[in-house]
Design a protein around this ligand. Structure first.
Ligand code: SF4
Length: 429
């Protein structure tokens, strides 16, 4: 692995990015409910949508439900504008029944979708109205997961933006605190909490929290680290509350995690030697785990279709820590400030595309014949049928991938399809 400070190159200029505006192949923001509902344990996500929305959520998450789920769809049938009052009444009835049946719900999200009959409803007013009725027992918030406005990870951004506006204000003389922003599996959250505690940093909060009563206070003494690269609106909402973002690469792989932890520590005056000493054993273990997969992945050419906005940090990880070769790194949207550190670490000359024109991108992919293609489910099957090896990008969200302890698992997610293909006689791992 390269030394971070020595090898940062100049950030890419906008001109180096191929911008595409055409047909897109990506899930809508409702999909993020699948991982968000597992995180905030007393929350419930009520999608206000159509049968299509209900099918999407059920097929994305249905196989994982063993207990009473924490999401559902209120199906709104087609009405003209004069039926809006009726729809509001119906929504109130659905919510009242839900809360009576499920007293464990303390935070209810009304999640908007894109059917025209839903767009006629003002969900933020409905949430305010219902909150007035149900507080203090239940807080009701709203956001949009519509496919017109959001790709699948932007659903989390919209949800956390709403939550960021609800965070309690920290007192002006409150001690400085660190906030980690982005939904992380509990096991990863615990690892980061322990690491920061070992560094002497105890005042660390997480957004989203595990329970609605644990919303971390925020103010001008809050410094925050983004754990996910798709949280542009959340970041803006936190800035509006007076908090300050700490610039860092995202915590994927050894390099990203080291620099991310160091950025947090540095903001609180913890010296570099203490950081090095604290993270050294974790880094060593992660190095051993990565070595296990490097032989499979070294020299393999990868192609990212734009999907999750994780593409740039993951391409940085694959190229620099596993010696893989980027063919094209497609991403739906580049937040240039948030992505600056990761962009600067990509191999010079990497082709980055922003947005999508799926047909021309498929042509480029077929012409390049990469060893592995990372894409959405809709593209994976046809590409597999053409003999290409694929990885579903959505798995990168469903699996624990952040931090030192998960670096090996993250590498394995890319190695597994190559090993499987080789076993089927389609190539050499
Ligand atoms: S929100 Fe829109 S894109 Fe998403 S499932 Fe519903 S109808 Fe489809």
């Amino acid at each position: 692995m390269n030394d971070l400070s020595a090898s940062i190159s100049a950030p890419l200029e906008c001109n180096d990015v191929l911008r595409e505006r055409g047909q897109r192949e990506v899930f809508c923001g409702l999909t993020s409910i699948v991982w968000l509902h597992r995180k905030i344990q007393d929350a419930f996500f009520l999608v206000v949508g159509s049968r299509t929305c209900a099918h999407l959520i059920q097929s994305a998450a249905g196989v994982m439900i063993f207990a009473e789920p924490r999401f559902a769809t209120a199906i709104i049938d087609d009405r003209d504008l004069s039926g809006v009052a009726e729809m509001n009444e119906e929504l109130d009835k659905v919510v009242t029944r839900l809360i009576q049946r499920r007293p464990d719900i303390k935070l209810l999200f009304l999640v908007g979708s894109c059917p025209s009959e839903v767009i006629k409803l003002d969900l933020s007013r409905a949430a305010q109205r219902l909150s007035r009725q149900l507080m203090p027992d239940v807080r009701v918030l709203s956001y949009s997961g519509s496919g017109i406005e959001t790709t699948f990870t932007q659903g989390e951004d919209a949800c956390l933006t709403t939550l960021a506006r609800e965070l309690p204000s920290a007192a002006a003389d409150a001690p400085a605190s660190l906030l980690i922003v982005g939904a992380l599996p509990d096991v990863v959250e615990d690892q980061f909490r322990r690491l920061f505690a070992d560094l002497g940093l105890g005042n660390v909060g997480f957004l989203p929290p595990r329970g609605s009563a644990e919303l971390p206070p925020i103010g001008s003494n809050t410094r925050y680290l983004l754990a996910q690269p798709f949280l542009g609106e959340t970041s803006r909402a936190l800035d509006d509350r007076g908090a300050t973002r700490l610039a860092a690469p995202f915590p994927f792989g050894i390099e990203g995690t080291s620099a991310w932890i160091a950025a947090g520590a540095q903001a609180f005056g913890i010296d570099g030697a203490t950081v090095e000493r604290t993270i050294a054993p974790h880094r060593e273990r992660a190095g051993i785990a990565l070595a296990h997969y490097r032989d499979v992945l070294r020299g393999k050419r990868f192609f990212f279709f734009p999907d999750s906005q994780l593409e740039i940090p993951l391409a940085r990880f694959l190229a620099r820590e596993l010696d893989m070769i980027p063919v094209e790194v497609g991403t739906p949207y580049i937040h240039r400030q948030h992505m600056a550190a990761d962009l600067a670490l990509l191999p010079p000359g990497t082709l980055i595309s922003e947005g999508q024109d799926v047909d021309s991108q498929l042509d480029r992919c077929r012409a390049a014949q990469p060893d592995i293609v990372v894409c959405g489910l809709g593209l994976a099957n046809p590409l597999e049928a053409e003999g290409l090896t694929t990885k579903w990008s959505i798995e990168l969200l469903f699996s624990p991938t952040h931090g030192f302890e998960q670096a090996g698992d993250l590498a394995e997610l890319f190695a597994r399809p190559l090993i499987r293909r080789a076993r089927l006689g389609g190539g050499k791992p």
